[in-house]
Design a protein around this ligand. Structure first.
Ligand code: NAP
Length: 200
């Protein structure tokens, strides 16, 4: 399985740190020449591989860590996303419900990535929290996952565990997934709730 993070800002770098901490290789890409962020990637760890967007989207599992407004530009990188899972980390805060056709923003993103499977996740925490080691007081920091494809959510749940997090599946995008969506100028109830799960 190969991984990529599209977007290497606050959230992209926080995710990259989780990969480095777990010793899992991941490609990272922006609109820029990979040389321009090679030193920032190297500072996180040797697991972080700067790539062009065209190279990075060859991965099987792709984190979308760009602003919501940029998702269509990323989607244009491939005519079809069949066989891939896109993890939507974007928060469409401030985007009007009318602009989204009344749908959760992840549904709109899913439509842009034709043929791909979409899992919403890793988006409910501020980057400064997601950035930190998810092992907290003997427990693991929770990430929420929502998808209309339960198999894809399970697969990303396994990845979340490998990255040190404790995944909680919320169900479909228009069901439990609404708890981790922004709608206009309001946040879903679970956004910014930094929870830790203890086993036993
Ligand atoms: N910041 C947070 O605390 C937080 C928390 C949860 C979720 N989120 C969500 O995560 C997403 C990213 O937020 P952020 O704070 O990390 O934003 P950011 O710091 O502005 O980073 C955005 C990144 O996306 C890249 N980018 C922009 N357009 C692109 C394109 N067409 N193709 C490839 N890369 C592109 C930018 O690089 P170049 O412009 O240099 O190409 C930059 O590396 C947003 O949707 C936000 O709502 C943020």
């Amino acid at each position: 399985m190969s991984y990529a993070i599209i977007g290497f800002g606050n959230i992209g770098q926080a995710l990259a740190k989780a990969f480095a901490r777990s010793g899992i290789e991941v490609s990272v890409a922006t609109t820029r020449d990979p040389e321009s962020f090679a030193s920032a990637a190297a500072a996180i760890g040797p697991e972080i591989m700067p790539k062009t967007l065209a190279q990075a989207v060859k991965a099987d599992i792709i984190f979308l860590a760009v602003r919501y407004e940029s998702h269509r530009d990323v989607a244009k990188a491939l005519p079809n996303w069949k066989g891939k899972i896109i993890i939507d980390v974007t928060n469409a805060y401030g985007v009007s419900p009318e602009e989204l056709g009344g749908q959760p923003s992840s549904r709109v993103v899913a439509q842009a990535f034709t043929g791909g499977k979409l899992v919403r996740g890793f988006n409910h925490l501020a980057a400064a929290v997601l950035d930190q080691d998810p092992a907290v007081h003997g427990g693991r920091r929770v990430v929420f996952l929502a998808s209309d494809d339960d198999g894809a959510a399970t697969e990303i749940g396994a990845l979340a565990e490998n990255l040190g997090f404790s995944p909680i599946k919320l169900g479909g995008l228009s069901e439990g997934g609404l708890l981790v969506q922004a709608r206009g100028n309001s946040w879903g109830q679970l956004i910014f709730k930094d929870l830790v799960k203890f086993d036993g």
